[in-house]
Ligand binder design. Sequence first.
Ligand SMILES: Cc1ncc(COP(=O)(O)O)c(C=O)c1O
Length: 400
Amino acid sequence: MQFPDRFADLAEYPFPRLRALLTGQTPGGPEFLMTIGEPKHALPDFVGPVVAEHAEGFRGYPPNEGIPELREAIAGWLERRYGVSVSPETQVITLNGTREGLFNAALAVSPENKNSRRPAIIIPNPYYPCYGAAALASGAEPVPVSAMPETGFLPDFETLDREILDRTTLAYVCSPSNPQGGVADEAYWRRLFALAEKHDFMVLADECYAEIYRDTPPMGALEAARACGFDPERLLVFHSLSKRSNAAGLRSGFVAGGEKTIQEFKRVRSYFCAPQPKPLQYAAAALWNDEAHVEENRRLYREKFEIADRVFAGFKGYQPPQAGFFLWLPVWDSEVATLEIYRKTGIQVLPGAYLSRQSWDGSDPGEGFIRVALVSGADEVEQGLEKIRSVLDEGINEQG
Ligand SMILES: Cc1ncc(COP(=O)(O)O)c(C=O)c1O
């Protein structure tokens, strides 16, 4: 049996890798997961009744681009959140979770070659693993660019060689960034858009964590594009209900962008995408139309940010995340520290190296970090963080 070579370089997905690392190890206390970014706050009460009310909709095929009610709710939310007006008919596609959209966008809009060369798709490093797989599936070379504290935990694509930029077709950007919680400001977007225009590539902005922040709402790429006069056809933005509404199992997100680009994405995607069932699309519309649950969600995360800041006060290299729900903690070695934490406390965290690979310049920005998810209740998170801090303090002392 022969499988395609194009995926041969893909590392095992982070979670099976972690399971393999911890297999055979004895947890030093009750097992507690701080690995996966799966929201645990309450799902709004109205979701179940909306699904039940529209249950008949399970009988029919759902439209590929989403029901009008959902696209209108999304357009309304974009207007309220970013002051940006998009056409629900021509500039929005609803997604069966953002992940499929992020993946399929590369297939739909990245050309086979550029300037007669194999295209490059530039991605932040560390990164949501889907970006790298999407680049490979479309035949492009994924080019990871380190996103370290010095660059606000965002990739500085301007440092790339001209040779790479000239064959770049797409840039994935994640703001707020997973895992570090960095946020792109207007100056960042402005520089990125200027680079995209100069080297003729498109920007794919993953804004899954846009609604989980401390005080200031992160600027959106659509908002920044309007402020900078950036060609809307060069931009696709992706949003999700998974984190905003604690509805990861609903599998619901959307992509918005310029009419021509959305039209092409829609045309190609209609051949292979399984759209979200209609009753779930009605539930998604109700969620985009409601802000009360999002404010409550944010309040709960804010409380946990404060706990994290308190527990890690004075910890060398601790950077309070601006947004999202992860801590990205500096350690001496990401796998060794993960093992130490598990053996001494029973807590599972994710080695940073499982979310990164070698960047184009040879560095690996994940090796010296662990990712800790702040998704459980405040008390559990506080106890977990205190235990992690004491293991890290001990480990750092032992390292001298
Ligand atoms: C950065 C990032 N992008 C996209 C996704 C996918 O989200 P969805 O649940 O909408 O598919 C995730 C999920 O963890 C994520 O962390």
